[in-house]
Design a binder for this molecule. Sequence first.
Ligand code: PLP
Length: 395
Amino acid sequence: MPISEKIQTFIDRSSWIRRMFEEGARLREIHGDENVFDFTLGNPTVEPPPRFNEQLRRMATHPEPGMHRYMNNAGYDRTRAAVAERLSRTSGLQVDAGQVIMTCGAGGALNVVLKTLLNPGDEVIILTPYFVEYKFYIDNHGGIAREVWTRREDFQLDLDAIEAAISEKTCALIINSPNNPTGVIYPEADLRRLDALLKRRQQETGRAVVVISDEPYARIAYQGQQVPSLFACVDNAVIVTSHSKDLALPGERIGYLAASPKLQDCQLFMAGAVFCNRVLGFVNAPAMAQRLVADLQDESVAIAPYQEKRDLLFDHLTALGFKMVKPGGAFYLFPLSPIEDDVAFVTRAQQHNILLVPGSGFGAPGYFRIAYCVEQEVIERSLPAWSRLAADLGM
Ligand code: PLP
C-alpha cells in the first residue's frame, strides 16, 4: 500500500540517518564493537543520578492507589508545582503550576506548542544550523520553516538577520541554547536585545512573535558558562524542555512546556496547549515518570565528565588542524569539514571507523557533528584514528 507522498519524500530526505546506522552496523560486524567509534547519536551513555533510583525504589515499595490512572491532561499538580517553583527561582518571576504542562519529552512539547500557535501558512524562524526535527514538527502543524543563519564565526544569534526575516507571517522563532549541534550558549545581553527587537517589529507588523526556547541541555553547561533564564530576558516566551539529557532519561519521554507569565494571552495559550496535548494523542505525560521527576528538579547527571570529553576531543582535533567553535555546553562539537563536501568527508571518516553526521543534516553543508556523549575510553581509543584521518587528508 502506498504511503503519503510527503512522508516518502521526508524519509528520502533524511535517509542519511538510516545510511549512517547501517554503515555503523556493517563496520561493527567487520571490526568489532571496540574498534568502531560512533559519534552519531545524542543518546547519553551515562546513567541517571542516584536519587532517581532511590525514587524508583520508593515508588515500587510504596505504590499509591490510582497511580496508573489518567490524570488532568496537563499532568500532576505536584510535578507542575515543582517545575514552576524552579522556574520562579531561576527567572525571578512568579511562575505558577498553571503555566506548566508535563509532556512526552521536549519533542512532544514542541509539537504541542506549534499546534497551539500555528495557522496554515504561518512561518516559524529556525536558526541554522538547526536540530533536524524542527522542520518536520513545523510541517506537522501546517507551518513553514524559515531558515536564518546564525553568525558563521561563532554560531551566535545574528540579530540583524532575524529582524530582516520577520514579517506579518511570522508566528514564532525557535531558539536552542546550549545548542545542538554547535554547543554554543546565547548570552543574556543577546537575549535581551532579541526581546527589544521583537517588540519593535511587533509595532511595525502588528503581530507578536513567540520565542520558543528548546532547552533540553540547559543544565549541561561548562565551567565559567551560564545559561541565562529565558523568562528573565524575553517576555513573549515559552520554554520546551525535557529530562532526556539532564537526568539521562530519553527513553522515559518526560519533559514539559512552560509559558512565561508575561506571554501575551497566556491563559488562552495554556488552554489551547492542554487541549493539543490531549488531541495529539499524548493525552498526558507518562504518570510514573512525572512522579519520579517531581523531586528531582534540582538534580542533574555529573557535568564534569562531559567537560573532560569535550576538552579531550577539542584539544586533539584542534592540534590536528580541525577548526571549530569551543562549545560552552551540551555534548556536541561542530567543526568545519576539512574538505568542502561534508558528506564525502563523513565517508572518508568511516574508512577510519569514525562515524559522524554531515552538517547538511542540520542545514549547514561544509560542517560535521560529533556527539561526544559516549564513554571516555571510546574517545581515548578514537584519538589515533582521528590522527590517521587527518594524515589521510594531508592536514
Ligand atoms: N531538541 C533538541 C535540540 C534535541 O537535541 C533533542 C534531542 O536530542 C530534542 C529536542 C528532543 O528531546 P526529547 O528526547 O526530550 O524529545
